[in-house]
Design a binder for this molecule. Sequence first.
Ligand SMILES: NC(=O)c1ccc[n+]([C@@H]2O[C@H](COP(=O)([O-])OP(=O)(O)OC[C@H]3O[C@@H](n4cnc5c(N)ncnc54)[C@H](OP(=O)(O)O)[C@@H]3O)[C@@H](O)[C@H]2O)c1
Length: 437
Amino acid sequence: MKVLLIGASGYIGSAVSAHLADAGHRVVALVRAADRQDAGHEQRVGDLADPASLTRAVTPDIDAVVNLAPPTGDATVDAAAVTALTDPLRGTGRAFVYASGVWVLGATGPAAADENAPVNPVPIVGYRPAIERQVLDTAEVGVRATVIRPGIVHGNGGGIPALLVDLARKHGTPTYIGKEAVHWPMVHVDDLADLFVATVEKAPAGSLWHGVAESAVPVRDLAAAAGAAAGVDGEPRSWPLEDARAELGAPFADALALDQTVSGDAARESLGWLPRRAGAVADVRELSYPQVDTDGIEVFGAADGQQADVEAIVRFVAGVQHAQQNELVDAFMSNFRTQHPVWTTGHGKRLSGWDEIDAFTRRVLPGATKQSTATYEVVRILFVRPDIAAVNVRQRPVTLDGQPLEDQPEGRPMYVLAKDNGRWRIAAAQNTQVFSG
Ligand SMILES: NC(=O)c1ccc[n+]([C@@H]2O[C@H](COP(=O)([O-])OP(=O)(O)OC[C@H]3O[C@@H](n4cnc5c(N)ncnc54)[C@H](OP(=O)(O)O)[C@@H]3O)[C@@H](O)[C@H]2O)c1
């Protein structure tokens, strides 16, 4: 499909853009300024505040429109934008996906809110339920209109968790907003992007989905993880709501103080959505948010400005380690390219193609770390091309509490990583066990 994406340069939009491209779709980005040089997709100029520019962008070759731009703050402008974007789709059955958010549900308390729960929006999203209704009503005039309400999004070092990391640094202690008993519904940005792709491809007209992988994560745990990512010790402490309001503005602070439990089961059951990335606490503590130390890694062939790729590769390998250590089969498999990957195990078994690797991983990974596990350390990166890297890793067996196991062989994996649509993944991998004597 050819998909017009509004907000393609944003935090969620850039992940959605990459996942759409991975799934074989063509992304057309609606950008606000003509001179923007976004990575690799066609661009059309437009602005939510200029309805004519939106209608112009929805040409007959556009099969689906995804609106990931935040509300403008003016209900009339946002309503006019929806009309302008959906008018050209009337009677066509083509898709229109609108990103809302779980804050329209207000404080839910401990009972999980599903898509049938009543809305009770906090002021920052005050008019959003009306926009959701306007979008869904276009199903009656032949638009395949859908709404996704993401939870709080984490991953790739961005979004609201980055604010918790900054707060920990600034306050010198792990910090959450408001009350300790608050929970946030969370979703990894790559899992959320998978949901947008599934919705574009197959969600029925008039449907509403919660993009939530973990229904209620204690903010205290997130604050502790953010403190660890920031290198700040101590027990998490509350940032009193009044102080947070003064600094962040009352509407944003009040939304962050919401205690919510939100179910994302419907999308799993009906769309086959499978959130498989690391949970929010592990992601914030160990993976996407801590600063990466690249000292001591030998790097060859790097172009100017490729330090970000070195860091991304170190984070990538940390993700492989996390999936292995926690026996997360789906998370482990999300590290492979889907196009003909190959993996030769430390015992010399060659697994050819995604299905063979998947079947093998499902058989051997569950239960594999009952007695011991392993750490993965990047030691050498060769950029064969800017988007292809050969990565040597030292894999050390350790006890479950991290003590080295000297009597077990180390591994020397070599990963050939390819960067597709901005993300590194394994094209080929070979492990070698080390026997020295
Ligand atoms: N992040 C979360 O945790 C979260 C959770 C729930 C819901 N959401 C919702 O998801 C959506 C995307 O969030 P995000 O975090 O990805 O936001 P973001 O990083 O701020 O990105 C916003 C994107 O929208 C574009 N944009 C902003 N105003 C626009 C306008 N008037 N016309 C056209 N494009 C415009 C921006 O383009 P420029 O590059 O030109 O600025 C940017 O590409 C929002 O509706 C947000 O409320 C986010």
